[in-house]
Design a binder for this molecule. Structure first.
Ligand SMILES: Nc1nc2c(ncn2[C@@H]2O[C@H](COP(=O)(O)OP(=O)(O)OP(=O)(O)O)[C@@H](O)[C@H]2O)c(=O)[nH]1
Ligand SMILES: [Mg+2]
Length: 232
């Protein structure tokens, strides 16, 4: 069951250690990241209110998890009830990109979403203020076209680039998932819903297709310096 029945949407941030999960959350909450970042131990959550496109407020309960392997079994215990997953890699680290499939499988097997793959996954390439080692075209083919994620976005927690947009998308997709789950529950006779709620759900269908928020390199000059690599 989705967490929205309890008055909030549950969001989980996963990915390798050092990709910038904690920094993204800090950038969202405090508009800056700490200079002396330490690896996260276990998991911790914060709550934030986010406005949806239709003006409604939703509360997000955002779980920042440790990427280090020794915390993996502890962290997976927090995956259940997730309404939207933020899966992060570091665009400077091809290893963090190669490990994405493991994270996705771990998430889907833990939440029981392997077959249906309904829980939205937003794929985030962080540190786009730096030179990239991950080919964005490959991400498009491997993840967006194969619909392994619902959206791909490149961010810089350091420069606060597209961080707000990331969490706005998270709220939107999480809410859409909640609405769809509720409609599914009606189909199986588990819950009551009225026509007004049904119409509200239809309004949120706008986010159905895979998307990408990466700025196209093609639209930039060819001789870009490292800071301009992703169009930042
Ligand atoms: N250049 C740059 N550095 C970043 C960015 N985001 C995070 N960092 C740095 O990357 C390092 C790791 O960031 P964290 O946020 O601690 O990484 P994490 O994913 O939370 O790591 P774990 O907690 O171990 O899983 C820190 O030194 C951050 O300052 C970014 O957008 N750009
Ligand atoms: Mg962390």
């Amino acid at each position: 069951m989705t967490s929205f029945h309890k008055g909030f949407l549950k969001v989980i941030i996963i990915g390798d250690s050092g990709v910038g999960k904690t920094s993204l959350l800090e950038a969202f909450n405090y508009k800056k990241i700490s200079k002396s970042a330490k690896p996260t131990i276990g998991a911790e959550f914060t709550k934030r209110k986010v406005k949806l496109q239709d003006g409604r407020d939703v509360n997000l309960q955002i779980w920042d998890t440790a990427g280090q392997e020794r915390f993996q079994s502890l962290c997976t215990s927090f995956y259940r009830g997730t309404d939207c997953c933020i899966l992060v890699y570091d665009i400077t680290s091809s290893e963090s990109y190669e490990n994405l499939d493991c994270w996705r499988q771990l998430f889907q097997s833990t939440t029981g979403d392997e077959q249906t793959q309904e829980i939205p996954i937003i794929l985030v390439g962080n540190k786009c203020d730096r030179d990239r080692n991950v080919d964005p075209d490959r991400v498009q083919i491997d993840w967006v076209q194969k619909k392994k994620c619902i959206h791909h976005i490149e961010t810089s927690a350091l420069n606060l680039l597209r961080v707000e947009e990331l969490f706005q998308l998270t709220a939107q997709y999480g809410y859409q998932f909640f609405e769809q789950s509720r409609l599914g529950a009606i189909g199986s006779g588990h819950s009551m819903i009225n026509m007004q709620q049904m119409r509200k759900s239809q309004r949120t269908q706008l986010l159905n297709t895979p998307n990408t928020s990466r700025v196209s390199l093609g639209s930039k000059k060819q001789n870009v310096n490292s800071k301009d690599q992703c169009g930042c």
